[in-house]
Every structure is written in C-alpha cells, then in structure tokens.
Design a protein around this ligand. Structure first.
Ligand code: GUN
Length: 292
C-alpha cells in the first residue's frame, strides 16, 4: 500500500514554481501577485488563507490579504473585487468560501474577472473546463490531478467513483477524471446524498474520491481490494485531548481502509497540501496569460 504524500508532491510542484519565479526576478520582471479576500473570522478559513499567503511567500509570489468584517455588506465586497479586477498588478483573486449568509456567493464569483479567477469557480471558467478548453482548474481537483501525476497513478480506462457533487470539488473532479487528459479518461460515477446504492457502486471503483465532508464515512466494506482512495475530507472534530481542542478528520476511516488499498491519501498530509500547489500554479498561469 502506497501512501500518497501530499507534502512531498506539493514540495516538488513548489520547487518548480519557485525556480520559474526566480527566473522572472533575474530578468527584472514583476512576480505573480495573488489577492485573497477573507470575510469574517471563520477559524478554518483563517487557517487556509494564512497558509495560502505563506505558500505565496515561500514561492516568491507577492500576496495581498484583504480582511473584511463579518458584517461587511455585499456591495462593499463586490466593489473590493471590482477594484482588484481593475488593478494591473494583481494576477489572481480569490474570495475564501464560505461567505457570511447575507452575501451571495454566486454574485461574488460572477464578479471576479474570469482571467483572474484562480479558483476556477466563475461559470465561464467551469464552462471551459466542461468543454476541455484551457482554463483554471479549481485548486482541489487540480491538486488531486497533480498528486496522481506525481505518483504516476494510471487512470485511463479505470472506474472512478466521486462521492460529493460540490462546485468546489466533486463536480469538477468528476468532469476532469472523465476528460481526455493525462490523469483522466476514466469512466466516472458521481454519487451524492440521494444515491441509494452507494456501497455497491463504491465496491466497483478502481479509484474513489471521497469529497462529501462526513468524517470517516468511507469504511472498508465499501472498498475493493487494490483500489486507489483519495480523501478530500478535512472536518474539524472536537477533541478535548488535542492541543487546539479539535482534530482534523478525513472522509475515510483511514486505519481500516488503508490495508485494502493500492494507494491512499492521509489526512492531514494528503490532498490539503496539494490544493495550495494547484492554486499557486493557477496564479502563475494567470500572470503568464495577462502579463507574460
Ligand atoms: N473554501 C474551501 N475550499 C476553497 C477553495 O478552494 N477556494 C476558496 N476560495 N474557498 C474555499
């Protein structure tokens, strides 16, 4: 059983990006610049955004973190995005989700200039993804593709089962795995909360991507011997014995499932770290598209 180490694979991606950025600096050119907007103070979002900013620094990118209060009105957020759209020094814009309930995520995503939409969430970018056209691949599915590539996991002709149909992970992942790309060409089944025979479908899977956000949902009785299991779950579960008062749990019951797998991602240390690698690659891509 191979542990798909996101830390190792992400470090390899970041080394390449760092070298490309160093070349820009040598030529006296500006470096890629990511702007992140965080509304409110959701603990998990704070951690993710801080990690994105830190990874930009480590790669030699510029980053700007814009923090807005939880009661910021929608119009103010949209104006903030508009001004970043107009700013030629900004290559990529991301608004950390989820947003407070009084703000429409749909409006926010549609306001981001698609050429700076390094999350790949804008409808025009998702449309391109569906049609197999060049675009920004949403960071988590992108990270998974990079991880599969790093470990040379064969996907062509395999049956991939994706659990969860979110716009951020499950749906784009299902489209990518079915696409004619190096880490694609799978037959894909996309399962969700209304799938009645989930266990039977999972048992047919060569590759399972668990992205439903339910801790330890995937159990060994759902997994075929030799399957590849990709765990996207990162739920905080209260644990008084842990230093921070919580533990991060994946969507897979790791200790019981791992022995059945040919390869599996741990949580933490798997997909989460790859997500940032995907975001950084998109930011460099935006820079090259817009001012390269
Ligand atoms: N919240 C959870 N995942 C993501 C992501 O990939 N991008 C943004 N902007 N917010 C998220």
């Amino acid at each position: 059983m191979l542990v798909l180490d996101g830390k190792l694979a992400a470090a390899a991606v970041k080394e390449n990006l760092k070298a490309e950025t160093a070349e820009l600096v040598k030529k006296g050119l500006p470096t890629p610049h990511l702007a992140a907007i965080l509304v409110g103070n959701n603990g998990a979002s704070e951690t993710y955004v801080a990690s994105k900013v830190k990874n930009c620094e480590e790669t030699g990118f510029q980053s700007t973190l814009i923090r807005l209060a939880a009661d910021t009105d929608e119009a103010t957020l949209l104006q903030t995005i508009e001004s970043l759209n107009q700013n030629p020094d900004i290559d990529g814009i991301l608004v950390q989700l989820p947003l407070p309930k009084h703000i429409s995520e749909e409006k926010v995503i549609k306001t981001i200039d698609p050429s700076k939409d390094v999350d790949g969430f804008h409808p025009s970018n998702i449309g391109k993804l569906v049609q197999g056209l060049p675009t920004f691949i949403p960071a988590t599915p992108y990270g998974i593709l990079l991880l599969l590539a790093h470990y040379q996991i064969a996907t062509k002709g395999k049956h991939a089962v994706v659990i969860g149909r979110s716009n951020i992970v499950g749906r784009p992942m299902s489209i990518l795995l079915s696409s004619n790309i190096p880490q694609g060409n799978c037959t894909v089944t996309l399962c969700h909360s209304h799938t009645p025979n989930l266990k039977e479908i999972c048992l047919q899977a060569d590759i399972i991507v668990a992205a439903l956000g339910k801790p330890e949902f995937v159990t060994p009785d759902m997994v075929k011997d030799g399957a590849v299991v990709i765990d996207v779950g990162i739920t905080r579960v209260d644990d008084a014995t842990a230093k921070k008062g919580f533990r991060i749990k994946g969507d897979v019951l790791y200790d019981a499932v791992a022995p059945k797998c040919s390869a599996i991602t741990p949580v933490p240390g798997g997909v989460g770290l790859m997500t940032i690698a995907g975001l950084l690659k998109n930011t460099l891509q935006a820079y090259q598209n817009n001012r390269g």
